[in-house]
Design a protein around this ligand. Structure first.
Ligand code: CMP
Length: 143
């Protein structure tokens, strides 16, 4: 079954949006497989955002994501990678439709509340960066 990595960013955590965001994915029908509130060390932030290393905003991006606790999660379900991206809305909140997380809760591209993997490859890579295998749970009895 497909898995994705989602993370409530420091702005979302400090604005008390963890519950709202988790609730949206639960209600949609996805299954929470791992979660932790954590501070991201600079080296992990640089690795996670490695593909943006040459971008002018890279320093700002790393400073922001390490500025306070994040809520890192692994979610599982059919087409969860693409569907979660739709539920998050466009990266730049000015283009995110109302009803999406960024459309409802964010204004600027830097502080856009949530991160989500954009492909199977990124999902595997990001889950591996943030979670050990034993931190991903199994559900024996599915409701
Ligand atoms: P995210 O999905 O976490 O992946 C990369 C992030 O870079 C993106 O969300 C934005 O928050 C951030 N980003 C993209 N463009 C800019 C920009 N011009 N200035 C600051 N941050 C940006």
């Amino acid at each position: 079954m497909e898995q994705t990595f989602l993370m409530v960013k420091p702005d979302g955590v400090q604005r008390n949006l963890i519950g709202e965001i988790v609730s949206r994915f639960e209600k949609k029908g996805f299954q929470l497989k791992g979660a932790k509130l954590m501070s991201i060390p600079t080296e992990l932030a640089e690795e996670h955002y490695g593909e943006h290393k040459e971008r002018p905003f890279f320093g700002e991006l790393v400073d922001f994501i390490t500025s306070g606790p994040v809520f890192a999660m692994v979610w599982e379900g059919e087409n969860v990678i693409a569907t979660a991206r739709q539920m998050m809305g466009a990266t730049n909140p000015k283009d995110a439709v109302p009803g999406s997380i960024r459309g409802d809760f964010a204004v600027t591209v830097g502080k856009n509340v949530i991160h989500g993997s954009d492909s199977k490859e990124s999902a595997e890579r990001e889950i591996g960066l943030f979670f050990k295998e034993e931190q991903i749970v199994e559900y024996k009895k599915l409701i």
